[in-house]
Design a protein around this ligand. Structure first.
Ligand code: SF4
Ligand code: SF4
Length: 462
């Protein structure tokens, strides 16, 4: 049985709980994720409001229920049986970005990440948002496409052909898209460019360290990352081998399950976690490397999903310890500083600013390491970005399901980047990279959007 299978009854008690007869009814037999959550997590918020100013949705709307405090209050009401899971509650949980800025701000240490995942799962288990088109899209994307990477690669190959043969340019140039609904036009405009080669074509399954071998690491190539940023995967592997790591990159990898966990599909998240552990036995590696901030935040918590599975419980704990974000790992092991080419020593430095992925900064507390790496690269002038850890609006699939709020956040982010005078912005998460690339393109701005590890790999190559 999976560790997370929720119970059908409360397992906590609380003096403030309302009397039994005032409690809303649950459909018989339906499991409740929020009622099953450890009550010390549910009741931790002390309503101080210190998180409000850091919450992008509250800042934009000034509506209490769009704030962390308001959302936690709703979640607690459901856990206490004072509120039914309703459509409004469901929509509120999907209006939340899951950016976890409130976690960083909270002096009481409220575990909003845990609350948020349980609340989304509660919404899905209740079916309050279900409708035929939503069900179909969710089935296709979450249950089918992202459960088997070969399907995603097939879709990517088709999209690549569409782009390489010039059909995408033709469609955009002809204006035919104006005949379609506005939503479809918006989605087409954010279709990512598919890489000419996927990671399996670029990276050998086993690559030895250059020079003295210090570590043996596994490299996770990701799902969307593999299609859209396989070049960053190649850069990552190059940087790792350059710094004494044997790198094992098995072909045909799986999605990490973060999409599933954040969208209330815990069964599927657990299934994918098992596949990852089978493919990358944690006992065989010094570290398991990810270069995607959003994935890393999920990958470090597999024991939450497999904690009650005797076959995987111990390995999941070891896995959680071995997963490292690439910036975290490089700073931990100490890297060879790149040297500046003598012929370029007179050139003026490139101005680079750094945008923090929410799940790298707030989810994994990795803030100094990417900056340290950037500071090591010769020929760059690093300038601070105002509100660097404020969400850019990408937030998984938030820019697809909540385009209005995502657009506001993107505009805010781009205006801050402009204010720095930088011609390059570095960020360590594929969702942020894609969001900023699309935003700059829509503004006709030739801003370079790049992963820090790419700048490091380029410096080594020079
Ligand atoms: S996760 Fe982000 S959007 Fe959601 S409540 Fe916290 S700060 Fe606000
Ligand atoms: S989540 Fe934390 S910061 Fe926000 S109101 Fe509750 S205790 Fe205060």
């Amino acid at each position: 049985m999976d560790s997370f299978t929720p119970s059908t009854s409360r397992h906590h008690s609380d003096a403030s709980s309302p009397p039994e007869d005032s409690r809303a009814h649950q459909p018989p037999g339906r499991v409740s994720f929020l009622k099953n959550l450890d009550y010390s997590v549910v009741q931790q918020c002390m309503h101080c409001g210190l998180c409000l100013a850091t919450c992008p949705t509250y800042t934009a709307t000034k509506v209490e229920r769009h704030s962390p405090r308001g959302r936690i209050s709703l979640m607690r009401s459901i856990a206490d049986d004072r509120l039914k899971v309703s459509r409004t509650f469901g929509e509120e949980m999907y209006f939340c970005l899951g950016c976890l800025a409130c976690v960083t701000a909270c002096p009481a240490g409220v575990n909003y990440a845990e609350l948020f995942e349980h609340a989304r799962a509660e919404v899905e288990a209740s079916g309050v948002l279900a409708n035929p088109s939503r069900n179909l899209i969710r089935y296709f994307a979450i249950r089918w496409l992202f459960m088997d990477h070969s399907r995603l690669q097939l879709l990517g190959a088709g999209l690549r052909l569409y782009q390489q043969l010039g059909f995408q340019t033709l469609v955009r140039w002809s204006g035919v898209l104006r005949l379609f609904p506005k939503r479809l036009q918006e989605l087409e405009s954010i279709t990512p460019d598919i890489q000419p080669d996927f990671s399996d074509d670029l990276i050998a399954p086993v690559l030895p360290a250059r020079g003295v071998r210090r570590f043996r690491v596994a490299m996770l190539t990701g799902c969307a990352q593999d299609l859209i940023f396989s070049n960053i995967n190649l850069d990552t592997v190059e940087v790792l081998t350059r710094n004494g790591c044997d790198v094992i990159t098995p072909p045909s990898q799986h999605c990490c399950g973060s999409l599933h966990a954040h969208n209330g599909e815990w069964d599927l998240a657990a299934k994918l976690a098992r596949k990852q552990i089978d493919q990358f036995p944690p006992e065989n590696f010094d570290a398991i490397i990810t270069n995607a901030g959003g994935c890393g935040s999920h990958l470090k918590h597999y024991s939450k999903f497999l904690g009650n599975d005797p076959a995987y419980r111990d390995r999941a704990r070891l896995w959680d310890q071995k997963v490292k974000d690439i910036h975290e790992w490089l700073v931990q092991i100490g890297i060879e500083p790149p040297t500046r080419e003598k012929s370029n020593s007179g050139e003026s430095p490139r101005v680079v600013t750094y945008h923090e992925s929410c799940h790298l900064a707030h989810g994994q507390k990795i803030t100094s390491q990417p900056r340290k790496i950037l500071q090591m690269i010769p020929g760059l002038k690093i300038v601070d970005l105002p509100e660097s850890s404020w969400c850019c609006g990408s937030a998984g699939v938030y820019n697809i399901v909540q385009p209005e709020m995502a657009g506001q956040l993107l505009d805010r982010k781009l205006s801050h980047i402009r204010s720095t005078g930088a011609d390059t912005v570095a960020t360590g998460n594929p969702g942020c990279l894609l969001q900023l690339v699309n935003g700059a393109r829509q503004q006709g701005w030739s801003l370079r959007v790049v992963h820090p590890v790419t700048l490091l790999a380029e410096a080594y190559r020079r």
